[in-house]
Structure formats: C-alpha cells, structure tokens
Ligand binder design. Structure first.
Ligand SMILES: [Zn+2]
Ligand SMILES: [Zn+2]
Ligand SMILES: [Zn+2]
Ligand SMILES: [Zn+2]
Length: 458
C-alpha cells in the first residue's frame, strides 16, 4: 500500500490516523527513563513516606503526547536531616468499591492470569456477551452469569480456577516449542477435564437447580394479570421470543408477542400504568432503553406501535413483525386493506414525525450506533425516494468519473517522468507491506516493554 497523505483525509480521520501512527511508533519507541525517590519521614514516632518521580529521558512519551507521566519532586535528603512541618491535616475517607472492568482492563486481567492468547481473548469476551453472561452496559454480570459461576464454584471448583486454563495454555506453548511431547500434554489435559466432568456429572441436580432458578429470575417479566402466575420471556431455538405465563399450558392462556429487534430486558418494577400488564425494556446499542407495554389490547401498547395513517383506507398503520421476525408496517384494516411497507431492519426507529409530503406514507428515522441517522419515506415506490436514489447514484457516478480522470492523468504524468522515476516509485510501494509485516512480532514484544515503562525505572 502506498503512503497516506494526511492532508487529503477529513479532519477527524486525519486525527485518528495520527493517533494510530503515533501509537504504533510509540510501541517500538525507546523506553522512558525516570528517577524514583522515596523519603522516609518520622513525625514524633509516626512514619510517613514521600514518593517522588521525575522523568530524565521521556523516550516514547515524546512520540505519544496523549499520555504524560505525572512528576512530583522529592528533594535529596540526608539520613538524620530535619525537615520543616507546614501543616497537619486529618482526613476522613471511605473505601470505594473497585471499578467494573472495561473490555480493555478485562483483557489485561486475562493476560495477567495467563488466560487465553492474544488471538482468543476477544473471542472469550464475545462469548460472554453472546451467552448473556454479561450486559453490554458496564460489563455487569447477568443473573445467569452469576449463577453459572456460583454453580461451578460450588460443584466443580476446578473449572473456575484460572490455574487450570493457564496450565493448559502453558503446556500448549511447550508443545509448540517442542519442549514437551504432545501425547503427554493431551493425556494430562484429558485427565484434568475428566476430573472436572466427573465432578459436574456427580452434581447435575445441584447445578440444574442453581441454573434454572437464576434463569427463571432473569426471565421473570412480572405477575400474570389473568391468573397471578409468573410471566417469563421464552425463546424459540430460531430466536423468536415472547412472554408466556407459567400456568400456560395449564389453566391460563396468557402469552404476548415481543418485537424481534433490539435487546429485551424484563422490567418487573414497571407495570403498565393503564392496564397493569408488565412492561419490558427494549435496548438498542448506544441508545436509551424504551419501556413498552406488552399487552396488544392496551392504548400504551398502541402508542409504541402506531405509525401514522394508511394512505389507502385512512385506518391506523402499525409496526408488525413477520413470522421470521422481520419488522414492517401493516394496516390495522387488514384483511380488507392489504397496505404494507418494508422497514429498515436494524437500529432504533424514530417514528413520530409528519408523513411523507409526496405519498403520505409514514416517515421513519433509523438510528444505529456508529452510523449517521437515516430518515426515509417507508414507501419504496415513493417518487421522493426515487429522486433521492437518483441523486445518490449521480453523485457516485460523478465521483467515479473524477477518480478515473485523475488516475489517467497521474499515469500519463508518471510515464512522462521517465523510466528511473517509475522504478523508484514501484520500489517504494512494493517494500511497504513487507516491512509492515515484519514489524508485527517486534511490535508485540515492544508493546509489553513500553507499557511497563509507563512506570519509569532506573
Ligand atoms: Zn396466567
Ligand atoms: Zn398497558
Ligand atoms: Zn389501509
Ligand atoms: Zn413518500
């Protein structure tokens, strides 16, 4: 790849590019060197320490200005020297709970405990999300996550200890380096896993009890208004979800459909103010959660799903979910009126806005983390959309044409410059990826050393 000219980037992109470049250079940059000095001071028998730290050679900090070490100066003291006392303060403080992990600090902790490798740690984290062991927000463990850990701790503590995984990783490394025979490591790890499995197998009842109890609590939506039973979120293997009463099947028929987009969380403390049926929280990444009543016969429910008026029959339109979980707009006049419109499938929908001035179909804005909001008339045959699409296409074509012209001009210029210039150019672009690849292992090693050099050493 050719070098990038930062001047040709958009300002934000250029700043990110600079950050990435500086970060990379800093990881291979020289260590920072500092001086630490500790003074031990005795105030009438009470011992106090003074810690000082100064940087004598900033090393990689010169390349990476976003982070600067704090400097405090402690003067040179001689043993037995008397120092003046300015002020005595008595401070009352309380201990603070440790901060929750971020994705970054959790990966660091795994690194510290020797769990996983550089390439597997992110997968491990993703699994925690996929299995709903932790929440997207603040990496808070879910009831299930806590229950799984508790059950394993109680019935198969071996599996929960980092040492076992660490041992396996280390042995695998030794196999890779041909320092330990593969067969030996295999039989050892088999033995370890067998032991863990036997423990679990002997305690299935206890494990099941702990887990189902937790899942019941995590999926509890609220009390059933028809029979007083417990309403819980259910999931089909295909991912469809709905709310069902614990006495259904049985002597209650209560069950409620759930929208298939977004994360759904129970909110048993927030029953609907109108119909007293429980509400649930719908969360889209990066958006504030919405509460909505699950009862389709309730006016509160309508508010969450009504989306304007049908241009064909003037009855209300509403957001619906197909059998496969796709959302679309349908007419409440169905089956007399068969008006439907497709909807964007991803992101939160802002729907309460005036209808399209051209075709009178509803207008929505899809909001998704990491993308600009997208406002559109939901009618795919609306002339306003055809126009927007045409303008977009024309713009893209014009851009492509301009690019082609520029490339052509560059090519002929290079040809005009002669053979030697062309040779030089090709050498530069050819060598770039090779040196980039070579830098990777070095960077990893250096990353560890510069990171630790954040605490300057002498
Ligand atoms: Zn019920
Ligand atoms: Zn309601
Ligand atoms: Zn209609
Ligand atoms: Zn329209």
């Amino acid at each position: 790849t050719a070098a990038i000219d930062p001047k040709k980037l958009k300002p934000d992109a250029a700043r990110i590019y600079e950050l990435v470049v500086r970060r990379f250079l800093a990881t291979v940059g020289p260590d920072a060197i500092g001086l630490k000095r500790t003074g031990k001071i005795d105030v009438r028998g009470e011992k106090f320490d003074a810690h000082g730290q100064t940087i004598t050679d900033p090393g990689w900090y010169r390349i990476y200005p976003y982070y600067q070490p704090e400097e405090t100066v402690v003067p040179v003291l001689v043993v037995g020297e008397k120092v003046g006392l300015d002020e005595i303060k008595l401070q009352q403080e309380e201990t603070k709970p440790p901060r929750r992990y971020t994705q970054g600090t959790l990966i660091q902790e795994m690194e510290r405990l020797g769990l996983g490798t550089k390439s597997t740690r992110h997968d491990v984290l993703q699994k925690l999300f996929d299995r709903h062991y932790i929440n997207q927000r603040g990496l808070e463990p879910t009831t299930t996550g806590i229950a799984v850990t508790e059950a394993l701790k109680a019935y198969a503590p071996l599996v929960t200890r980092p040492e076992m995984t660490h041992q396996l990783e280390e042995d695998m490394q030794l196999v890779a380096e041909s320092k330990k025979p593969k067969a030996e490591v295999l039989s050892e790890s088999r033995e370890m896993l067998r032991e863990a499995y036997m423990l679990l197998a002997a305690n299935t009842e206890g494990v099941r009890g702990t887990l189902t109890g937790a899942l019941d609590r995590q999926h509890f939506v609220g009390p059933c208004i028809k029979c007083g039973g417990a309403l819980r979120i259910q999931r089909s293997p295909r991912g469809t979800r709905w709310v069902q009463c614990s006495n259904n099947p049985g002597n209650c028929t209560a069950s409620y459909a759930l929208p298939s987009a977004g994360f759904i969380e129970p909110a048993p403390d927030f029953l609907c103010g109108v119909c007293k049926v429980p509400r649930v929280k719908i969360v889209f990444r990066g958006q504030r959660p919405d509460l909505y009543c699950i009862n389709p016969e309730c006016t509160e429910h309508d508010k969450a799903f009504r989306i304007g008026v049908c241009p064909t029959c003037s009855k209300p339109l509403e957001i619906r979910y197909s059998f496969l979980g796709k959302r679309f707009v349908g007419c409440t006049g169905y089956p007399d009126c068969r008006t439907t419109y497709p909807l964007p499938q991803r992101g939160k929908l802002e729907k309460d806005q005036p209808p399209c001035p051209v075709c009178h179909a509803p207008v929505v804005t899809a909001i998704e983390a990491g993308r600009p909001p997208w406002t559109l008339c939901v009618n795919p045959n609306c002339p306003s959309r055809a126009e927007a699409e045409k303008a977009k296409k024309e713009k893209a074509e014009a851009r492509a044409e301009a690019k082609a012209v520029a490339a052509k001009a560059k090519k002929s210029a290079a040809r005009a410059k002669g053979k030697s210039a062309a040779k030089k150019g090709s050498k530069r672009t050819g060598s770039a990826p090779a040196s980039g690849r070579a830098a990777v292992p070095r960077r990893r090693k250096a990353a560890a050393s510069t990171e630790s050099a954040a605490r300057p050493r002498r």
